[in-house]
Design a protein. Sequence first.
Length: 396
Amino acid sequence: MDSVYKKSLFDIPDNVIYLDGNSLGPLQKGISEASERVVKDEWGKKLIKGWNEENWMRQPSIVGNKIAKIVGATKNSIVAGDTLSIKLYQALAAAINMRKDRKIILTDSGNFPSDLYIAHGLIESLGNNFELKVVKPEDLITSITSEVGVVMLTHVDYRTGRMHDLEKITSCAQKNGSVMLWDLAHSAGAVPVNLKNCKCEFAVGCTYKFLNGGPGAPAFIYVRPDLIKSCYSILRGWLGHKSPFDFDYNFKKAETIDGMRVGTPPVVQMSILEKALEIWSDIDMRDVREKSIQLSELFINNIEEKCPDVELASPRDPENRGSQISFFYNNGYAAIQALIDKNIIGDFRAPNIMRFGISPLYNNENDILQTVDSLEGIIKNKTWNQKKFLLKKPVT
């Protein structure tokens, strides 16, 4: 299981403990050189010939299949590209179209706000009395009624790390005749996911967190294989066309997962992502999960022993949380800034949550224990109570 620890393959600065991979994964060694090669040798020397000679146009499918292995999806059921916001919009629109007679899209209060914004915007554009119903996570199952057309959820809560039961909720939704859409932003590369067994209709996710694809890395969308040909995409781009280089004025959707493509792939960023995904070729997500739980339990137990003013915000049962640990602390923002000042990087979410992402690929027991000791000192000595730590920065 220790084979999942691959910190030597990451370009993490010396003396830095990085516990923020749930927000942005670190740079892997070799990526700088790979991106420079794409810029200088492919784009620089081959210019537009690169589209054919370097197979740039097929990158979204190549990368999609690499992601498919990580999230347990069938080959050619995932395509990468665009942003998570765009992919969620596409998936939600397609899901709504499958159940036009049902007017409720069900979600929970743990969903990422951006997902809710996108849903509201889409509903407003449809103008057919659709409703986004937001319930408490604990009320979700009982809220899946015959009026619900789509259940749209984020698998792992970005604030607390609370994790839904993917297969149980999907099964419940489908028994009710509802379409299931999962956001895997905090799941891919963090916890085992098996989309094939889950049988959900749609899933989306980003690649810059636990998959370490770089800031703003392309997102991905999954469509269950039996739906790919008939799947309706309300957001249609030229690369979702069956024959994009025919430049037909009438849209004819590709009958493959390419039908969910929109715009021209960002070649440099896609190349970085493709390189970053190589590390997963010999990693078993079950081993990642086992080590993640060990580190998380070590973290929680030591924090509760040494920092009594800090309260666990994440579920105590590891089976009910993803690969992040969150704590409530009234001075959480300043405490995180004080930790960062010690080269221990976590992050903060309003109003009072300290978040720590656990990635066994580059985190170990020493990282956890050192973080606990540092946080203990910061709280006991009120080191956080300094102007430089209290002043909030634009990105928290």
